[in-house]
Design a protein. Structure first.
Ligand code: FDA
Length: 409
């Protein structure tokens, strides 16, 4: 079906941010058309949270977002909060639960969230077109007419007053990710912040992988840290998983957003314990027990053995505790609390959950998400240089920025 010849609002991208924006703008009485090049809308919603969509986080704060301007996200987040989204979920009777750390997931399927957004769009009379390729966008010369953009697509040409770009980031190209949003920004002279894969597993060198081969599939709780761009320490205490490519799990995904190539990350393998004190105590209680046995009780047996082999040249973990001195315990504790790992790289956009960087927020209004130099052109969601931590924060940004633009486009 061809697109209408003109509309009030044209939204490119029927993902999380685009659908939210369409529902809000449509409810204001704007005629809204949403176009997407994919065969289905909301694909990332459907695959999110392991199919259950971690749709928001009860503890959402501006501190949960990375951006060159950490203040930019505050306005939109405060005008459409996690409680507002939750109210919508409850209005639609969608069963949900808190998994941990304020992370809200659907009890059933992520499809519930997509169905809810589509119902909101239908109620707001927004029209959605799939299989629609964007061919060319031109700004119309200023005139009496409120129409400001001409968009050529594979479904025909349409004129619009407001053009909203909600094309997401570069992660998972097989799910329809493209760089169109960045190209449109460049066409209209907006600045781009460098982009890279975020919330992504680390890869290790073949030599490192050989060391950890026997604990692939094992996970332990760690505190993982590295320095951010400004030299401040970022740190997360969560699970780390050994994989056949390297390291993954929530702790690793979180720190990957702060990591720069060539940088080492620091891993505290026993974040809830003072190992030196524990070993001294155990030495008094159980002097004949092997060091590797005691460490195996704290980590898994498998993981303990690997680290005992890795560092054991200095202190041979297969001796009873009564054969170690105070200095030995200090060295051993230091190694387990301050393991320095040098990742070879990351798995990249192929598996990343998000794209860091993007459209520079200095070129956008924090109130309307409209380009300061280009009236009627809005950018929302992941395409903007605002990236959330793992845990429902990226969707909350998509809802909040979609809502902010939807109020004004
Ligand atoms: P989104 O990617 O949702 O939508 C962009 C839309 O634009 C797509 O429909 C795409 O087809 C369309 N598009 C792209 N290029 C186009 C073009 N050239 N022409 C026309 N259309 C185009 N976050 C979270 O908070 N909780 C979670 O549980 C998860 N889980 C998760 C799992 C996985 C595997 C991934 C990859 C990501 C997550 N995320 C997440 C992140 C979350 O999915 C992401 O931040 C939001 O979907 C971003 O919303 P947007 O609307 O900006 O982009």
């Amino acid at each position: 079906m061809p697109l209408p010849q003109q509309t009030d609002v044209l939204i490119i991208g029927a993902g999380a941010a685009g659908l939210m924006c369409a529902a809000i703008a449509g409810r204001r009485g704007r005629h809204v058309v949403v176009v997407d090049h994919a065969n289905k809308v909301g694909k990332k919603i459907l695959m999110s949270g392991g199919g259950r969509c971690n749709f928001t986080n009860l503890h959402t704060l501006p501190d949960n977002f990375l951006s060159a301007n950490p203040h930019f996200c505050k306005s939109a987040l405060s005008r459409f909060t996690q409680w507002d989204f939750l109210a919508l979920v409850q209005k639609h009777g969608i069963p949900y639960h808190e998994k941990k750390l304020g992370q809200l997931f659907c009890d059933n399927k992520a499809q519930d969230i997509l169905t809810m957004l589509l119902a909101e769009c239908a109620e707001a009379k927004a029209d959605i077109y799939t299989h629609c390729q964007i061919e060319k966008i031109t700004a119309l010369p200023a005139s009496e007419s409120p129409l400001r953009y001409r968009v050529h697509t594979s479904l025909g040409e349409t004129l619009c007053e407001s053009l909203v770009v909600a094309t997401g980031g570069l992660s998972i190209p097989t799910m329809g990710a493209t760089g169109l949003g960045y190209e449109v920004a460049t066409q209209f002279n907006l600045t781009l912040k460098p982009r890279s894969a975020g919330l992504v597993p680390f890869t290790l060198s073949p030599a490192q992988l050989a060391v950890f081969a026997s604990c692939v599939g094992n996970a332990i709780e760690v505190r993982i840290s590295c320095k951010d761009d400004k030299g401040n320490e970022a740190s997360f205490t969560e699970n780390m998983l050994f994989t056949h490519r390297g390291l993954s799990g929530p702790a690793v995904l979180q720190i990957s957003s702060y990591w720069k190539p060539g940088q080492a990350v620091q891993v505290n393998l026993l974040p809830h314990l003072d190992l030196e004190e524990h070993l001294r105590h155990q030495q008094q209680q159980r002097p004949k027990v092997l060091l590797s046995t005691v460490i195996g009780e704290l980590l898994t047996k498998n993981i303990a053995q690997i680290f005992c082999d890795l560092w054991g040249e200095q202190w041979n973990g297969n001796r009873p505790l009564n054969q170690y001195g105070v200095k030995d315990f200090q060295i051993i504790a230091n190694q387990f609390h301050y393991w320095q790992v040098l990742p070879a790289g990351t798995e990249g956009y192929r598996t990343a959950e998000v794209t860091l960087g993007g459209i520079d927020t200095k070129d956008l209004s924090s109130k309307t998400l409209e380009a300061k130099n280009q009236p009627g052109l809005h950018f929302i969601g992941e395409v903007v240089d605002v990236t959330g931590h793992l845990g429902g924060f990226n969707f909350q940004w998509a809802w909040a920025s979609g809502h902010a633009a939807g109020e004004y486009c």
